[in-house]
Design a protein around this ligand. Sequence first.
Ligand code: SAM
Length: 280
Amino acid sequence: MTSTASNKTDIWSADSYGTKVAPFVAAMTTKIVEWLDPQPEDEILDIGCGEGVLTAKMAPHVGRMVGIDASPNMIDSFNKTFPDVDARVVDCRHLDRDASLCTASFDKVFSNAALHWILRDENTRANTIRGCYDALKPGGLLVSESGALGNVAEVHAAIIGALVHQGIPVDVARDASPWWFPSIEAMRTLVEGQGFRWVRGEVELRQTELTSGEGGGIEGWVRLFGANFLELLPTQDRKDAAVNEVVQVLEGVGRRQHDGAFTVNYVRLRFVAQKDFESK
Ligand SMILES: C[S@@+](CC[C@H](N)C(=O)[O-])C[C@H]1O[C@@H](n2cnc3c(N)ncnc32)[C@H](O)[C@@H]1O
């Protein structure tokens, strides 16, 4: 693992994320791409773009597409796979400080499955949303889908429980969560607080079937997306024991009866917000 722009461990791997664990994240995006409504003349900034599968799919249909992500691993893979699309390492917690992007020149700022990571730290939430605002032209749109209150709650709870069984105090285990899963009201308050007009929003329970191959499934999911939690445990044996407990606990929760596939309760929060036409 390398370090991110912010010097935190880079937990992301394009192979693990896009191939083994969660190819569905970039694929199950029909509704939010419909809300984005990409137009041939649009200039779009994709924040938390990852390894770029969705970004690059849209790029040929718009005027300009820029993808940004804090993970050097993801951007390295993006640049190798899609060399014609502009992709850069940017820690979006401090997007408002990026003079090259906060230029009031984008028609739309887009984000899929990333804001619940980026907005985890409450001290920088406003900076991210302010950066989106400053990147947009007057009248420009912020369009996002991310995890809502209750997202993957059974997995989240099982991970915290497994860490407690490994001797980690419960408040420490809770604080290690890399996610912020807000209610729609909390997201609206945040976005309006930075000057946006709330256009529309919705929450959807999406029972999501996980992958089943080597390196995927619920075990692969916990090892990749739960990596920040597992960092609390000092040895690989203890990490493996915690992962094994989570998998065993969830066996009794997520397995579908009719075909045996494994599902997790994703709760998605989608919204569109608009920058004031009168602003600069
Ligand atoms: C689940 S992936 C989503 C990737 C892509 N948008 C998609 O739809 O497949 C979440 C992404 O958010 C990125 N991310 C997390 N924290 C970030 C931050 N502070 N700034 C920018 N990107 C961040 C991660 O590096 C990761 O690539």
